[in-house]
Design a protein around this ligand. Sequence first.
Ligand code: M6R
Length: 592
Amino acid sequence: MCGIVGYIGKENEISTLFYGLKKLEYRGYDSSGLAFFNGKNFKCVKSVGNMDRLKTKLNLSEKFSCGIGHTRWATNGAVILENTHPVISQSGEWILIHNGIIENAEELKQRYKIETLGNTDSEIVANLLEKKIAGSSLEKIRDVCSELKGSWAFLILNRNEENRIYIAKRKSPIYFCDSESGKLISSDPICFPSKEYFSMYDNNIGFIEKDKIAVYDANLKLISPKKYIFKNKEELGNKGKYEHFMLKEIKETPERINKICEKYTEDYLEKIFKKNILSSVKFIKIIGCGSAYHSGLMGAYYFRKNLRIESEAYLASEYKSSRQVINKDDLFIFVSQSGETADTIECLKMVRRRGAKTIVLTNVLESSMAKLSSVVLPIYAGPEIAVASTKAYSCQVAVFYILTKYFKKLLGEEIDFEKEKDKLLVAAEKISDLNEEEIQNISICCEKVFFLGKGKDYITSLEASLKFKEITYINSQCCPIGELKHGSLAVIDDCSKSLIFLSSKKLGKKVLNGVHEITSRKGKVLVISAFQGLVKTSDKVESYFLNCRGLSSETMPLVFTVFAQYLAYFNCIARNLNPDQPRNLAKSVTVE
Ligand code: M6R
């Protein structure tokens, strides 16, 4: 995923474009660049590295009236200046920034004998525009787009038209709005000062001028763009008193769980579902990526336990290619913080084509996924900026928990819905009580880390392991503790540390067998347990007591997860790394 901004309007300082783009740095930060007309000349300034490097190359008070900017997360071509956007065609006529992926770029490069400086698909498109001789700029863009396969949000400048920004969209998000000083374009409406903004439909192209917006379909028929109102505008993130978004967002978890409990009344759910969505459902299938997939695993666990309906979670990136059977009586739940993850969107579209029932569980009600499903469950996490998902994961789990209880009622079981929800509030309190100082002192200094657990603790371990590797860069793996002996024990040695989650006394014995297996291979162990005195400590085995007294077994994973998030955070800080911008990652991945 990449961040895109554009501005055309009254003369303004280039700092406005720079800081607009800076808000999108969470979408990618391995290189960035701006291209603009400053009244006399055209300028293009680019830099590899994060945006602070770009800043050193700019005169922020320089004036401009039309410009575009891009912050990149490299998916196509290495992180080098030649691959940094804006990319410019050979003659310099076309300047282009791109979010998405052109699947047939190589084929077009060969067919049109295109030469490029770097090796991005985007540069091939800029040069393809140059190969088109006939027609207006708009027609050339239309013709080029008709030859492309894949996904794109393009902003394009033509060197000879300094009062116009061209725009094209397919699958990747791009929005624009009218502000007092001029027109703004962005891949995320968080950049906009106004609540009202517009978007284009797939395969639309158009242009934006100081006083005009024109959007066309693929036949160049003029159409009206789609209008949206940004609902969460006031909540838009800043770090406040915290050094990092990640820490701030972890700390927001209890208040967000409270918000979910307040919003998710039975009435509210009835209004969302309108009718009994479970009627004739035989299988609940949950699809997501990364942390969203993990929360889906927890959702499936809740459903199986409470509803006795077959339920499974699937990785979106695998679902389409693993020859899954889709039946009419399947209910699909798509989980995504951003609502923009390409793999998940593709599965959602496929499932909808097959006529199955769908629910989208997301944090962004304006997102592409939310627009694709008639049933949308908001997770009320508020904006999540840090790349590592924290509060959004917990909110997804909380919504799954509430949904389970609601479904249970739909199936005719007598339960006190409000009382069940109260259990979440107790978990929120326990999360607030977590002892940060103690967690900060758990330093994990070793070559490899294993996160282990059984049942729902295995799901927590999966999420803990992802979070840990994502921001500490320590090689971390997750394994169900019972599976160790089927292979993974081979890599346990005195350079490894195994973190074992234990929230169920019933499973204690089996877990302790695992501890034994590890220590006999000289591995070190830290058991994070909801029970005191269950684990015998030694020079190889440490234990940390996580106070879950008064919690239901279903809500305990929330406390364990937040513990793991703090653990990852503090170990990241101890290694002098930036948790908000981990290497090689971006907040949401809009390419398949
Ligand atoms: O926006 P989404 O929830 O669809 O994103 C899915 C994953 O890319 C995301 O959860 C990723 O795994 C996080 N960086 C994990 O911290």
